[in-house]
Ligand binder design. Structure first.
Ligand code: PLP
Length: 379
């Protein structure tokens, strides 16, 4: 049995989500049908919409279920830009590829706003861009609540004030933050926010976009008018029910963040004791409780991943979507890691079931591989 330390890639399915999904699988019914079976399916979606909506600080009717975080982010960026006649798109240089690529596909001028060495968006640069705009311009900013590779938390509220002062809009990708810190649309005060079920122990292939009431959004998937016309297609009823069940469980588990952070700090200290010249990427910024991104000179990410996999530990380099490619991640490059450290960064991400014993076993195996491979190669 391998030890799973890759919760930011996907979290194991929660028992509550599995049970909610199984109940739906056994009860056929298209939510658009008027008969009893259809009405029962439709009431599952209504119940889930309430749970997700209230949890995320939105009116339930202002929540659009999607096929995941990628689609929710695409819908937000393209749909907000189109419906609000946006003229410019700004995205932080460390956004997920689904945001970066949707921005590029929008046909609008796109600026990538740099981040500091700690991975936090440089708001002075954003302000310079906003100051240069004419009064007729309508800028749209996409900023993630927290980064998937480093866990670095972004100053969303400050950015929101800047965007609204400039008569613009802001979308927040909260896919990694949800379930690991408080996430609330009303508190953030942003136009829209994207979340994904599988990052919180729900099923893969389900997500949601929540909108502040009155936000204008153009649809991207056309069909039978489902999801208030914002997203056509028969809804994934079991997935949506599983998402709601995972949400309720994940919110209760937010209390465990402090103990997860202590475990994260414990493994961080142990690895730094073994390799004192390793860099905790984003270590001086506020970070998600469960995420450690460590760049170790002379110990490439690929080598670490393979050695740890053989030793029975699942960790990751960069985002899961780009793993398998032997190049440094966009996030590491944007953070300007010194020398070739960008290709030596791995992500260890913990979850509620991670134990201190597992982390000690991981540190022992990592130290053994480090001594055998990295220290030997540099000798
Ligand atoms: N945004 C962030 C920050 C992510 O980490 C991910 C997934 O890794 C996504 C978006 C995409 O979400 P999904 O896998 O649900 O499409």
């Amino acid at each position: 049995m391998s030890t799973y330390l890759d919760y930011n890639a996907t979290a194991p399915l929660r028992a509550e989500a599995r049970a909610a999904m199984l109940a739906c699988f056994d009860a056929p019914g298209n939510p658009s049908s008027v008969h009893g079976a259809g009405r029962r399916a439709s009431s599952q979606i209504a119940k889930a919409r309430k749970i997700l909506g209230y949890t995320l600080g939105a009116h339930p009717p202002d929540l659009v279920f999607t096929s995941g975080g990628t689609e929710a982010n695409n819908l937000a960026l393209l749909g907000l830009a189109k419906a609000n006649n946006c003229t410019h798109i700004y995205v932080s240089a460390v956004e997920h590829s689904c945001i970066r690529q949707a921005a590029m596909a929008s046909g609008l001028p796109v600026e990538f706003i740099p981040v500091t060495a700690n991975g936090v968006i440089d708001l002075d640069v954003l302000q310079m861009h906003l100051d240069d705009l004419s009064h007729e311009a309508c800028p749209l900013l996409a900023l993630m609540a927290a980064n998937n590779e480093t866990g670095v938390i972004q100053p969303v509220q400050k950015a929101t004030r800047m965007m609204y002062t400039a008569n613009g809009h802001i979308h927040v990708d909260a896919v990694q933050a949800f379930g690991k810190m408080p996430v609330n649309l009303a508190v953030m005060g942003v136009d829209s926010l994207a979340v994904s079920a599988h990052k919180i122990g729900g099923p893969m292939g389900v997500g949601a976009l929540v909108l502040t009431h009155g936000t204008k959004l153009a649809p991207m998937v056309f069909g039978g008018g489902q999801e208030s016309g914002y997203r056509g297609g028969t809804e994934n009823v079991p997935g949506i029910a599983g998402f709601a069940a995972a949400t309720e469980a994940a919110i209760k588990d937010l209390d465990a963040c402090d103990s997860i952070e202590m475990l994260r700090d414990h493994v961080q200290t142990r690895l730094l004791d073994i390799a004192p010249d390793a860099l905790v990427v984003g270590g001086d910024a506020p970070r998600l409780c469960n995420t450690l991104c460590l760049a170790t000179p002379g110990f490439t990410a690929d080598t670490q991943l393979m050695a740890m996999d053989i030793a029975g530990f699942s960790i990751s380099s960069g985002s899961a979507c780009s793993s398998g490619k032997v190049r440094a991640s966009v996030v590491m490059l944007a953070m300007n890691l010194p020398g070739d450290l960008a290709s030596c960064a791995v992500r260890i991400s913990l979850g509620k079931n991670t134990t201190r014993d597992e982390l000690d076993a991981f540190a022992d195996a990592w130290g053994e591989a480090y001594g055998r491979i990295a220290l030997k190669e540099s000798a």
